[in-house]
Design a protein around this ligand. Structure first.
Ligand code: CMP
Length: 136
């Protein structure tokens, strides 16, 4: 049985700043993801705080929100079979140092903060995160 899902991907400021968005989009396309929607935006810190609310209690929350709002980002709705899990595999571990060879964070990430991409961590969160950026 097929299990087509959608997930949210963000190309973070460090990657947009280095002009890596086309290379990163190619990674998705060559791994059978369809980019259904995409937009380049620059969000306010208050919006980043809403987006990352699940991390509110973490010590890195404020820096994380300041960072996501520090420059343009590209947000995308990705679709494929098992998109949430497959995107997490393709991104690799949160810290690029721990990410496996061939993953996006290993190839392009600079640090745990500047790890180039965000991806939804569950089907439930994917719906919430896609609504956050793409609700009409
Ligand atoms: P992301 O997948 O966007 O989700 C939350 C982000 O917090 C994560 O990627 C990292 O870039 C960032 N972060 C910073 N410090 C940490 C940490 N110690 N553990 C997990 N995530 C962290």
């Amino acid at each position: 049985m097929s299990n087509i899902e959608q997930t949210l991907s963000i190309i973070k400021p460090d990657a947009v700043e280095r002009n890596l968005q086309d290379q990163i989009k190619s990674e998705f396309k060559s791994n059978n993801f369809e980019i259904i929607k995409e937009k380049k935006i620059h969000i306010l810190k208050e919006e980043a705080e809403k987006f990352y609310k699940v991390h509110e209690s973490k010590p890195f929350y404020s820096d994380l929100c300041a960072y996501l709002s520090s420059g343009p980002i590209v947000v995308m709705m990705l679709q494929r079979e098992n998109a949430v899990l497959e995107n997490r595999k393709l991104m690799g571990a949160t810290n690029p140092k721990d990410a496996e060879d061939g993953t996006i964070r290993k190839k392009y990430g600079i640090s745990i903060d500047k790890n180039s991409v965000h991806g939804s961590d569950s089907v439930e969160n994917a719906k919430i995160e896609l609504d956050f950026f793409f609700k009409d």
